[in-house]
Design a protein around this ligand. Structure first.
Ligand code: ACO
Ligand code: ZN
Length: 223
């Protein structure tokens, strides 16, 4: 299928000549031992999910019939930070993102959606930003290299618009998608990002969205 080719191209140079694991979705180079080891790790984690036993002073910011959302801040105890790092690693592996060092690590807010089975099934990482560039609704026109070679290169407006909060990652465990988990994570973020106000959809921006991310963001922002 077409999407699979695109997935490989999307990941860029780092993954040239790569394999996509059909069960865990990770893109890796089978001939590279380091990559292969990372894959084995990711594969297990993916299949069993990341366990979450909870901690005494966890910050529950929303509760639902099928789970809850916990907020983790940069100065939280190291076991909480470790959990966030594990999740981020899983997400980055799945998205084929390289590790991105955030500009303001001490202002990052991480929201974890914890299922009733005590697994981390959703994650949203947000940071304060000052401006964003709107993704134009039409991807680059036919014949332009971006539209055929890379489905992630949306054409962006070059006019900056003010924004408050950037979503650098949003991810939902594969088997739990389309259950409004991402929507509830963003709702909770809008409620908790700045004390005492509910951010409008204009004030949040999704950074470098994937096709899934763009479909979700478009739907979310219009409703
Ligand atoms: N295709 C079409 N519409 C979609 C999709 C999709 N893949 N995903 C969400 N939507 C729309 C739907 O209209 C949906 O409502 P509906 O189910 O009632 O029709 C609405 O968005 C709300 O969807 P949720 O159920 O809240 O979304 P979900 O919990 O499934 O999570 C997400 C969406 C996070 C994009 C998930 O598919 C995912 O983790 N994908 C892989 C990781 C990824 O690509 N993340 C985005 C990266 S971009 C970034 O991080 C900034
Ligand atoms: Zn795998």
């Amino acid at each position: 299928k077409k999407t699979k080719d695109q997935l490989i191209i999307d990941a860029g140079q780092k993954h040239f000549g790569a394999t996509v694991c059909k069960s865990c979705g990770m893109i890796y180079t089978a001939s590279n031992p380091e990559d292969e080891m990372q894959h084995v790790q990711h594969h297990h984690r993916f299949l069993e999910g990341i366990k979450y036993v909870g901690w005494k002073k966890e910050r529950v910011v929303a509760e639902f019939w099928d789970g809850k959302i916990v907020l983790v801040l940069p100065h939280d105890p190291s076991f909480a930070i470790k959990k966030v790092e594990d999740v981020q690693e899983l997400v980055d592996n799945e998205l084929g993102f390289q590790q991105v060092v955030p500009k303001c690590a001490n202002k990052i807010k991480t929201f974890l959606f914890i299922s009733d089975e005590k697994r981390v099934v959703g994650c949203l990482i947000a940071e304060p930003i000052k401006q964003a560039f709107r993704v134009l609704s039409e991807p680059a026109g036919p014949g332009s290299p971006t539209s055929t070679e890379c489905s992630r290169a949306w054409q962006c407006s070059d006019v900056p618009e003010p924004a408050v909060c950037g979503i650098s990652r949003i991810w939902v465990f594969r088997l739990k998608r389309r259950k409004r988990i991402a929507r509830r994570l963003v709702d909770t973020l809008r409620n908790c990002f700045m004390f005492g106000c509910f951010l409008s959809t204009d004030e949040i921006a999704f950074s470098d969205p994937t096709p899934d991310g763009k479909l979700f963001a478009t739907k979310y922002c219009n409703t």
